[in-house]
Design a protein around this ligand. Structure first.
Ligand code: THU
Length: 134
């Protein structure tokens, strides 16, 4: 069974695969599916900077590409920062396509860990309102 500490280990390993020669800032993400499987992702940068893909979206797109659509939690690890670094706005929006407000989002740097929910990070989301018919 995958617990949060296993999920963090997976995020840690994913960060080691980071392709980040421009920012030198590695990020690893691990997405736990409802069926217990785990998909990881890392940030992939490009010399045309705007084409960079974040770790979180890499993990989500990999899981979706493998046929998964139901998720339990995501863990994000940034080994190059002391502080925990929250997912960017684009990743929050992409996550909100597949997760509800109570979805656990846990992110950590070397010295800080934050445990929160998608609803805290991305309140007043349009799709949640649409799903709830409000
Ligand atoms: N990055 C992520 O992978 N996830 C985030 O939520 C924040 C930023 C990456 C993008 C870029 O490769 C590097 O971190 C520095 O911004």
């Amino acid at each position: 069974m995958t617990d949060m500490s296993d999920l963090f280990d997976a995020a840690r390993r994913a960060a080691e695969c980071s392709y980040s020669p421009y920012s030198h800032f590695r990020v690893g993400a691990a997405l736990l599916c409802k069926d217990g499987t785990v998909f990881t992702g890392t940030n992939v940068e490009n010399r045309s900077y705007g084409l960079t893909n974040c770790a979180e979206r890499s993990a989500i797109f990999t899981a979706i590409s493998a046929g998964k659509k139901e998720f339990q939690a995501i863990a994000i690890f940034t080994p190059d920062s002391e502080q925990a670094v929250a997912p960017c706005g684009a990743c929050r929006q992409v996550l909100s396509e597949f997760a509800r407000e109570d979805f656990p989002v846990v992110f950590a740097g070397k010295k800080e860990k934050v445990e929160t929910t998608l609803g805290e990070l991305y309140p007043f989301d349009s799709l949640q309102n649409l799903k709830e018919g409000t």
